[in-house]
Write a protein that binds this ligand. Structure first.
Ligand code: TGC
Ligand code: FAD
Length: 390
């Protein structure tokens, strides 16, 4: 099938600056040329396509909003969102790699790190010379990361780190990991752990039916000696990792639109060409209902993301506003993927089309970075003032 086209039902492009459009179009062209042609095979083989790392860096996907002095692209939050949208139009797994690198590894080093740490890591992360991972989730602590048991002890000239993280994107090939662990007083801190440190291993997690083109694994720490200068000193407590998640969740709110647009575009074109009962299936009301609802929901999601981007640019977006957009837009995308898959009939399950891959990927996206339920409870807490988590 032809490569994707991009719907813009409400002329949202008119609300974007020239820079936004330039950044967006560069990302879009690159995804068409470098991701779409290889991604199906990578997903079938369950391999992250490392050959695209350089290209991701070139389109500004590693640290879009990190200042240029540290190697970032120095763009605004809307450009960041648009890059995520275009990458996820290709594949959620590729967007995951970019989200983790930018918002979960570069962001905490930039915001919570020392000047030495920024200079040492950020430029190399921006070019993809270093790849990063983010270790928050543990086998027994997913939605409730505050209960984590990974810990470090002060041994005078170094820290001794013990514990294990699981479901970690990029872990199998990461050069550095930003790891969240408790000190002897039970306070959460971020530590930069480097591949090669004794006692640190990163086994890959196999048998995934989702996000197959993204490498997922564990981070295991057995008496790892972490130099004291690898602690991120400028923020501690659960709010530190949650601050990173705010930035990544915002990117996902845009990313999910890309996956939804690709499913919609594929289903629309298929429906216009596929003849049954003597006419294109696009001429049947049941199929039109699906398409009309899809484009309506995509348009609403675009407006939500754009407004949130404006608030982010003004430093006014609240965590609860970000939760609402992440939850709504991922749910919108997964619903569209499921409907679009049905519209292709038997062809909908084939790897010749991207829809089933998006659909399966989105099962991870609706779970990670806070599940669908957790984001609902965050909205519930925000509007009532009463926590229903515990
Ligand atoms: P709670 O008592 O509410 O808060 C603890 C402290 O954190 C502060 N805080 C935030 N700060 C910044 N941003 C946010 N979004 C924040 N939310 C809360 C809060 O003010 C408090 O600060 P302080 O100074 O008073 O201590 O914490 P809780 O234990 O009740 O938990 C709240 C809850 C459930 C919302 C939170 O734990 C949560 O969001 N859980 C979901 C976990 C999650 O999202 N994990 C994601 C792991 S990383 C990942 O999935 C990467 S996938 C990447 C990819 O491949 O793209
Ligand atoms: P659980 O927390 O056990 O939740 C199970 C179910 O219970 C969910 O439906 C949840 O909504 C519900 N639930 C939990 N608590 C409540 C409550 N209070 N009220 C109502 N319902 C509740 N983590 C990282 O740290 N770094 C990564 O890079 C990373 N990458 C990931 C990549 C993939 C492919 C996947 C699948 C996950 C990744 N994660 C990562 C982990 C992800 O963030 C967690 O899976 C997620 O936070 C949910 O945790 P859990 O899987 O332990 O589910």
């Amino acid at each position: 099938p032809d490569l994707f086209q991009a719907p813009d039902y409400y002329n949202i492009d008119d609300l974007l600056t020239e820079e936004h459009l330039m950044v967006r179009n560069a990302a879009r062209d690159w995804v068409k040329k470098e991701v779409s042609p290889i991604i199906e095979e990578a997903a079938q083989k369950a391999e992250f396509p490392k050959s695209i790392i350089g290209g991701l860096a070139e389109i500004g996907a590693f640290g879009p909003y990190i200042p240029a002095e540290y190697g970032g692209a120095g763009l605004d939050q809307i450009s960041y969102g648009l890059i995520m949208q275009e990458i996820e139009r290709g594949d959620s797994g590729v967007r995951s790699t970019a989200s983790v690198q930018s918002s979960l590894v570069m962001y905490p080093i930039w915001k919570y790190g020392t000047e030495e740490q920024r200079k040492k890591y950020l430029p190399k992360l921006a070019t993809g010379e270093f790849m990063g991972s983010f270790g928050l989730t543990e086998p027994d602590h997913g939605s409730n990361p505050g209960g984590m048991t990974t810990n470090f002890k002060d041994k005078g000239d170094h820290y001794l780190l013990n514990g294990a993280k699981m479901w970690i994107s990029n872990s199998p090939f990461c050069d550095v990991a930003v790891v969240w662990a408790k000190n002897e007083e039970g306070r959460i801190h971020g530590l930069i752990v480097e591949r090669g440190m004794e006692g640190f291993s990163t086994p890959e997690t196999h048998n995934k039916w989702s996000l197959r083109a993204s490498a997922t694994g564990e981070l295991i720490f057995q008496d790892v000696k972490v130099p004291k200068e690898n602690l991120l000193p400028n923020k501690s407590g659960l709010g530190a990792p949650l601050g990173c998640l705010d930035s990544a969740r915002y990117g996902i709110a845009w990313g999910a639109i890309g996956a939804a647009m690709d499913c919609y575009d594929t289903a629309l074109r298929y429906a216009k060409e596929r003849i049954q009962f003597g006419k294109p299936i696009a001429g049947f009301q049941l199929q039109q209902k699906k398409l009309a609802e899809m484009i309506t929901e995509i348009t609403k999601a675009q407006l939500l993301a754009l407004r949130l981007g404006q608030l982010k640019n003004e430093n006014k977006a609240t965590s609860a506003q970000i939760s609402m957009a992440k939850r709504n837009n991922v749910d919108m995308a997964i619903t569209i993927a499921r409907e679009a898959r049905q519209m292709l009939g038997g062809m909908g399950i084939s790897g010749e089309y991207s829809i089933m891959r998006h659909m399966m990927n989105l099962e991870s996206v609706i779970t990670y970075e806070g599940t669908h339920d957790i984001h609902l409870l965050i909205t519930g807490l925000d509007v009532t003032g009463i926590s229903a988590f515990k």
